[in-house]
Design a protein around this ligand. Structure first.
Ligand SMILES: Cc1ncc(C[n+]2csc(CCOP(=O)(O)OP(=O)(O)O)c2C)c(N)n1
Ligand SMILES: CC(=O)[C@@H](O)[C@H](O)COP(=O)(O)O
Ligand SMILES: [Mg+2]
Length: 638
């Protein structure tokens, strides 16, 4: 489907084409850019509300700054669709997040305008500061470094670490705080309240106006800007501003808040700020979903709505005639509430993903026992450890990819003290369209080497429920991780009675003589398919659902290796150090010599696409499992 851009937008091949636009044209370009994002995302899907909210900011930045020489870094990058469209990728934009197409996030290898690869939050200030310090060192005095960070991302610890550093640097750094009061769900915490306060406080705004007067003078006096700013900074007003402003206290010159939907005002402010050297922050107020009223009203739903009818706002969902299996996240969300009703020690913790993890179900049902701690994975883990020291049983739900942030906390604060924290790692395995920054490839490998830790993965909804039930039992008071993928399970009738699973015990799903599949987690369902297909060709394959990588079911493994010359291991995770590796270690330790083929994610960066496309690429989709069996059984030619 061909989607045509507006007339002005059609003429923009790069930001160079925007430099001469006048005030009216900048407004028109913003309008066309917003419409183009709506047109494309409604048909092809992707992140939506965040990019709509920064349309004017994006236009103003590329109009004022000399990108790509000036370095523009988008935090997380889910709001950078306008940036991509204006920087030479409009004609490819319909391939956004599609297998083989452009990435949904800024990516250095995709464009020179993407100054830094992103996807995880709160990295932009550190990266921009690093670039700014490099420019300072290289005496590139006129170069600008701009980090655009949302109020949600600003709650992440890294943002504070970076501001702490920036405040004592001389480098030419501009932080733009894009404040829309939203994370994916409504933003949380004291910083959110603080930002609202400085936006509305009477006293503060009076002081701020003084600062703006100085900026006005800077525009007029041009070359004397430095001097005027310096005079202002030694004044009493500046002292008061510093006392009453968090960012000023950290030595960052603070400007704003300003209306982020007034493109021409932003152009004039950014032009002023260009003249002020050193680290500074501009607070911009925007509305997530701006310009598409449904997205403005329900900002969480329209964060990444999927495809929709742009005229009616109907979000397209596949219609099935029979009941479908639920998403794993939903099973988690309902099951934690059920368990918490039985066990008053259970608490729920999420770092800024209440909707994504479905912990929002518990947050609604039991608000005093569930916490959204903001984009703060490290804090979420150590906070859970703190709860556990007091005899509570926190379920700390973190996407596998974001758990990478909190690795030290898992070891130092949980495992070494052998605390009873249950880690639910959602989006384990390929995340799909979000791509390599979001794939949950590494958790098996990075958790498997941690003493005291139980590492498990359910093959279906029942196993997820039973593992959650098992994990909270007092006799299992130790760090316990359960990984499961993005998307649906396999059991429409998922609400099964709880059954305890013995820790470290797998199960034989099917006997067979010719080879054995050993699977971990949801991909076990692919082995069922492969076994059926092989059976129709008189090949008899056994199938074991191992459930645990740590501890391993050694009894079951002795059975496997005593009876099978050919073994195929399957995991939706990194082959390096993962489940297959664990089995090779077991074989080496016990002197087994079966031929083993390991299927999983190779030692490469796998890009974006649907989960199945990526699994196919790596050879562990159902077809890949079948073909591997055929291959392993092929007679060796001499
Ligand atoms: C480390 C990390 N944790 C969680 C996420 C998931 N995530 C992506 S966008 C987002 C909300 C960001 O809010 P904000 O920075 O205010 O941007 P907005 O969407 O409001 O424009 C979250 C939680 C992430 N990308 N990285
Ligand atoms: C940008 C970001 O990090 C999130 O919006 C992420 O895309 C959410 O992924 P899910 O859609 O799997 O919740
Ligand atoms: Mg926000």
């Amino acid at each position: 489907m061909q989607i045509e851009p507006g007339k002005l937008l059609a003429g923009i091949q790069s930001p160079d084409d925007m430099k001469e636009l006048d005030a009216v044209q900048l407004v028109q370009l913003s309008k066309e850019l917003r419409q183009y994002i709506i047109d494309i995302v409604s048909v092809y899907g992707g992140h939506f509300g965040a990019s709509l909210g920064v349309v004017e900011l994006t236009v103003a930045l590329h109009h004022v700054f000399n990108t790509p020489v000036d370095q523009l870094i988008w935090d997380v990058g889910h709001q950078a669709y306008g940036h991509k469209i204006l920087t030479g990728r409009r004609e490819n934009f319909h391939t956004n997040r599609v297998y083989g197409g452009i990435s949904g996030f800024p990516k250095r290898k995709e464009s020179e305008y993407d100054a830094f690869g992103v996807g995880h939050s709160s990295t932009s200030i550190s990266a921009a500061l690093g670039m700014a310090e490099a420019s300072y060192y290289k005496k590139e005095e006129d170069k600008h470094h701009i980090a655009v960070i949302g109020d949600g991302a600003m709650t992440g610890g890294m943002a504070f670490e970076a501001m702490n550093h920036a405040g004592v640097s001389n480098s030419n750094l501009l932080i733009i705080l894009n404040d829309n009061c939203m994370s994916i769900d409504p933003n949380v915490g004291a910083l959110r309240d603080y930002l609202t306060d400085i936006t509305t406080s009477h006293t503060y705004n009076k002081l701020r106006d003084e600062a703006w007067k100085v900026l006005g003078k800077i525009s007029k006096f041009g070359p004397n800007a430095q001097e005027i700013a310096a005079n202002f900074e030694s004044s009493v007003k500046s002292f008061l501003l510093k006392q009453s402003n968090l960012f000023e206290s950290l030595n960052l010159r603070y400007f704003g808040p300003i209306d982020g939907h007034d493109v021409n005002h932003m152009v004039s402010v950014l032009n002023d700020l260009k003249k002020i050297k050193g680290p500074k922050i501009l607070h911009v107020l925007t509305k997530k979903g701006k310009g598409y009223s449904l997205a403005e009203k329900d900002q969480t739903k329209w964060h990444a709505p999927g495809t929709f009818d742009k005229m009616t706002g109907e979000i397209f969902k596949k219609v099935y005639e029979t009941p479908q299996p639920p998403k794993y996240q939903e099973v988690f969300g309902h099951t934690i509430v059920e368990l918490a009703e039985q066990n008053d020690k259970i608490m729920g913790v999420t770092p800024a993903m209440p909707s994504g993890s479905s912990l929002n179900i518990m947050m609604k049902a039991m608000p005093d026992r569930s916490f959204d701690v903001g984009i703060a994975e490290q804090h979420a883990v150590t906070f859970s450890a703190g709860l556990a020291t007091q005899g509570l049983v926190p379920f700390c739900n973190i996407y596998s990819t974001f758990m990478q942030r909190a690795y030290d906390q898992v070891i130092h604060d949980v495992a070494i003290q052998n605390l009873h924290v249950v880690f639910c790692l959602d989006r384990a395995g390929f995340a799909g369209a979000d791509g390599p920054t979001h794939h949950g490839c590494y958790d098996i490998a990075y958790f498997r080497c941690i003493p005291n830790m139980v590492v498990s993965a359910p093959m279906n909804e029942k196993e997820l429920r039973d593992l959650m039930y098992t994990a909270q039992l007092p006799e299992n008071a130790r760090p316990f991780s359960i990984r499961y993928p993005r998307g649906n399970g396999v059991m429409p009738e998922w609400k099964t009675p709880f059954e305890k699973i013995e820790i470290g015990k797998g199960r034989k799903i099917k006997d067979g003589d010719d080879l054995a599949y050993l699977t971990l987690g949801h991909v076990g369902n692919y082995a069922i398919e492969a076994c059926e297909r092989l059976a129709s060709e008189n090949i008899s394959a056994a199938h074991y659902d191992m459930r645990f990588v740590k501890p391993l079911d050694e009894e079951l493994l002795h059975e496997v290796f005593k009876n099978h010359k050919y073994v195929i291991t399957v995991e939706d995770g990194s082959l390096q150090g993962g489940f297959g590796s664990a089995l090779l270690e077991f074989m080496a330790d016990h002197g087994y010599h079966s031929k083993v083929v390991r299927l999983g994610i190779p030692d490469e960066i796998i890009e974006h696409g649907s989960q199945l496309e990526l699994q196919r690429e790596c050879g562990f989709d159902p077809e890949g499992l079948y073909q591997s069996a055929k291959k392993i059984l092929e007679p060796v030619s001499v």
